[in-house]
Design a protein around this ligand. Structure first.
Ligand code: ADP
Ligand code: MG
Length: 395
């Protein structure tokens, strides 16, 4: 178990005008524009993406913002309001996987991925600011990439549609940054909409916006960042993926997306116990996503609590990717008033979400803080998120 560094900032983010002013101080001229892209929370659908199944993330009201100006040469100059890397300079002609360090991998990875598509990206000056907590499972890295690709799509005149921007940022993460991520995070960040969740079919990349207006239903979505990441997260992820592939092969399907819960009794006779439980998580989780979408449409956010709970239990018992801190956060949130709670993200640490009636928010926060203190755990960070707009130009 290790502790992550503090999030970039807990103060309110500066607006577009502040960022433009800062850009002018740093680079001696005004930016051509300011673009922003949100982080995301996955409402439900965990470890279903690489099984070609369903996920239901939403874009949140925490964003990365980039002020950008085009240059007349082939230089890219990058600066972030966070961290101590200072001004980083790169040459457009020399970008290749492994050529960038630290946070600049994300913007430069996007430039590189666009170049790989034959798009002529101009030289740039870029200033980044973000209030998406990093490493908390809210996808601060995709927020940066999506803000950058939205800016560059416009400034280069590439005119890519959202599907292609999703694939280009995936290429940046997979091949330039070296993180084996899917398409969920950038789909939420690029295609999200205020008051909605993004129902994404990971097989054909189709997206449907589903109303998810917690506020109007008298609910808040609490994020409980446990502040821990367990050292076996990478190995755990790889072994879960391998189990899923093994399961699909043994069951004779292209991906676990093609298995239904009515097929599970037969699967249990064909698979060893561990593989069977991994498969059962994915199959039931896909069905929970579909049920959540239906319930959100028919009855609203107040109806999905039991599905969130069942998702957590399945990850804890069948997929075995929870950890004591996440279980404590979820259990305490439930018993102190949340209508549903689950770990969110890849597992082995990170954050839990708790859908909570407004009037119970203070009680849930206090109960979780107390439970963590009594267990001797690092104090969690607890904050609310609301379903917000996807990436866009803000100035
Ligand atoms: P996650 O995407 O889940 O938050 P990652 O490890 O994928 O976690 O991405 C976190 C990385 O993104 C950080 O290590 C840092 O390089 C970069 N990052 C996030 N926010 C900022 C920021 N405001 N300024 C500079 N770099 C940032
Ligand atoms: Mg990331």
């Amino acid at each position: 178990m290790s502790e992550r560094p503090d999030p970039p900032t807990t103060q309110a983010p500066p607006g577009a005008a502040d960022l433009a002013a800062r850009f002018e101080r740093e680079f001696g001229r005004l930016p051509d524009g300011v673009w922003q892209a949100p982080g995301r929370v996955n409402l439900i659908g965990e470890h279903t993406d690489y099984n070609e199944g369903f996920v239901l993330p939403f874009a949140i009201d925490k964003t990365a913002r980039v002020a950008v100006a085009v240059r007349q040469d082939s230089t890219v100059r990058l600066l972030s309001t966070y961290g101590d890397q200072g001004l980083v300079t790169a040459d457009l002609a020399a970008l290749a996987p492994g050529s960038a360090k630290g946070w600049t991998k994300y913007p430069l990875g996007v430039v590189w991925a666009l170049q790989q598509r034959g798009i002529a990206v101009p030289g740039l000056d870029l200033l980044l600011d973000s209030d998406v907590p990093l490493g908390a499972g809210l996808s601060s890295s995709h927020a940066i990439e999506c803000a950058v690709i939205t800016a560059l799509n416009e400034l280069s005149g590439a005119g890519l549609g959202p599907e292609d921007m999703v694939l280009a940022t995936q290429r940046a993460e997979n091949d330039f940054v070296g993180a084996p991520t899917g398409i969920m995070d950038q789909s939420a960040s690029l295609r999200g909409s205020k008051g909605h969740a993004v129902f994404l079919d990971c097989r054909d990349q189709s997206v449907q916006l589903v109303p998810f207006d917690a506020e109007s239903a008298g609910l808040v979505m609490l994020v409980i960042d446990t502040k821990v990441s367990h050292s076996h997260a990478d190995g755990g992820y790889a072994s879960r993926r391998a189990s899923c592939e093994r399961g699909a092969e043994a069951l004779g399907v292209k991906a676990l997306r093609d298995v239904r819960s009515r097929d599970l009794p037969k699967a249990s006779s064909l698979l060893d116990d561990v593989t069977y439980r991994r498969v059962r998580h994915v199959v039931t989780e896909d069905e929970r996503v579909l049920q959540t979408v239906e319930l959100l449409v028919s009855d609203g956010p107040g109806a999905i609590g039991a599905l969130l709970d069942a998702s957590h239990d399945s990850m804890r018992d069948d997929f075995e990717i929870s950890c004591p801190e996440l279980d404590l956060a979820v259990e305490t949130a439930r018993t102190s008033g949340a209508i549903g709670a689950r770990m969110t993200g890849g597992g082995f640490g990170g954050a839990a979400i708790a859908l909570t009636p407004v009037e119970a928010e203070a009680r849930v926060r206090a109960a979780v803080e107390r439970a963590f203190s009594e267990a001797g755990y690092t104090a969690p960070e607890i904050f609310t998120v609301t379903p917000a707009a996807g990436a866009k130009r803000i100035s």
